[in-house]
Each structure stands twice: as C-alpha cells, then as structure tokens.
Write a protein that binds this ligand. Structure first.
Ligand SMILES: CCCCCCCCCCCCCCCC(=O)SCCNC(=O)CCNC(=O)[C@H](O)C(C)(C)COP(=O)(O)OP(=O)(O)OC[C@H]1O[C@@H](n2cnc3c(N)ncnc32)[C@H](O)[C@@H]1OP(=O)(O)O
Length: 127
C-alpha cells in the first residue's frame, strides 16, 4: 500500500475524550479517496457511492502525525473500488482500515459514466 498523505492532529480535530474525532478522520479519508480517484480516472465529477465496514482499531492524540494509504481493489465500468488505511506515522500502528470504498465517475448529466480505465496510471507516464 502506498501512503500518500500526512495529517497532523490539531486541537480542533479532537473529541471530548481528547482523541482524534472519528468523523474528522473519515472526512480526511473521503477527500483523499476522491482526489486519488479524480487523478486516476481523469474526471473531477466523482462521488463516494459505498463504504464497507469501517474498523477503528486504535486512536490518535494531539500532535500525532497520521498517514493515509490507498490501494486499488478493482476498476469497474463507471466505478473505482479502493482499500485504505490510516496509521500513526511514528509507531506504524493502524488507526482505521476500510476494505472497500466504491467511488463512481459521473458525466455532465450527473449519471454514472464509463471511465475506460483498467489499471493504475502514474502521472509521470502521462507526461
Ligand atoms: C487534479 C485535481 C483537481 C481537483 C478538483 C476538484 C477537487 C475536489 C476534491 C474534493 C472532492 C469531493 C468529493 C467527495 C466525495 C463526496 O462527498 S460525494 C457525496 C456523497 N455521495 C453522493 O452524494 C452520491 C449519491 N449517489 C448517487 O448520486 C447515485 O447513487 C450514483 C452514484 C450516481 C450511482 O447511481 P446508481 O443508480 O447506483 O448507478 P449504477 O449505474 O447502478 O452504479 C454505478 C456504479 O456503482 C456501483 N455500485 C452501485 N451500488 C453499489 C454498492 N452498494 N456498493 C458498491 N458499488 C455499487 C455499480 O456496480 C456501478 O459500478 P460499475 O459496475 O459501473 O463499475
């Protein structure tokens, strides 16, 4: 799994227990998955369709640095299914894992649109 993004846990990201608010982490992950999909499918009209079980395995505290990793599970016709994990960068302890998130590529009519992609592409190979 390639870990693309780092986030720093700040006071505004905490819940009343003083640990990272789960909704904040999910928002970071959703944005990362959407950006990854936008780049892979070369389409800015992307929505999150479905997330599988979300497993909060450990928590994070103020000052921790979180890394978010993404892997492709499957290229569909209009969709891209991704696996992701967030972990503590220093300890490598997994904080959350989501086995399947399905992102859907839309056309101008807001309906699913075939993306024509079948494998991961690297930007350097497109240039
Ligand atoms: C270069 C940089 C530029 C940057 C510049 C812009 C930057 C910007 C960044 C931020 C980016 C924000 C983006 C955030 C992401 C949201 O916050 S999105 C908001 C939350 N999500 C939504 O509102 C989606 C609401 N749902 C819908 O509109 C409709 O359900 C949809 C998505 C259009 C799909 O409609 P549908 O009738 O279910 O369509 P259908 O053809 O049956 O299925 C479409 C695909 O989904 C799959 N699917 C359907 N149901 C399921 C299911 N339950 N489970 C799994 N897969 C399913 C189907 O298998 C199909 O896949 P393929 O076989 O074609 O591959």
């Amino acid at each position: 799994m390639r870990f693309h993004t780092r986030k720093w846990v700040k006071p505004e990201d905490l819940n009343p227990n003083g640990t990272l608010f789960g909704g904040k982490l999910l928002a970071w992950i959703d944005e990362e998955l959407a950006l990854y999909t936008i780049i892979q499918l070369e389409n800015t009209r992307i929505v999150t369709k479905h997330m599988s079980e979300i497993n909060f395995r450990s928590s994070a505290r103020q000052g921790d640095i979180i890394e978010i990793g993404i892997d492709v599970v499957k290229f569909g016709n209009t969709s891209l299914t991704l696996k992701c994990e967030a972990r503590n960068m220093m300890t490598r302890e997994t904080i959350i894992s989501i086995d399947h998130t399905t992102m859907v590529s839309l056309g101008a009519d807001e309906k699913p649109k075939a993306h024509g992609k079948t494998e991961i592409e690297f930007i350097k190979d497109r240039l």
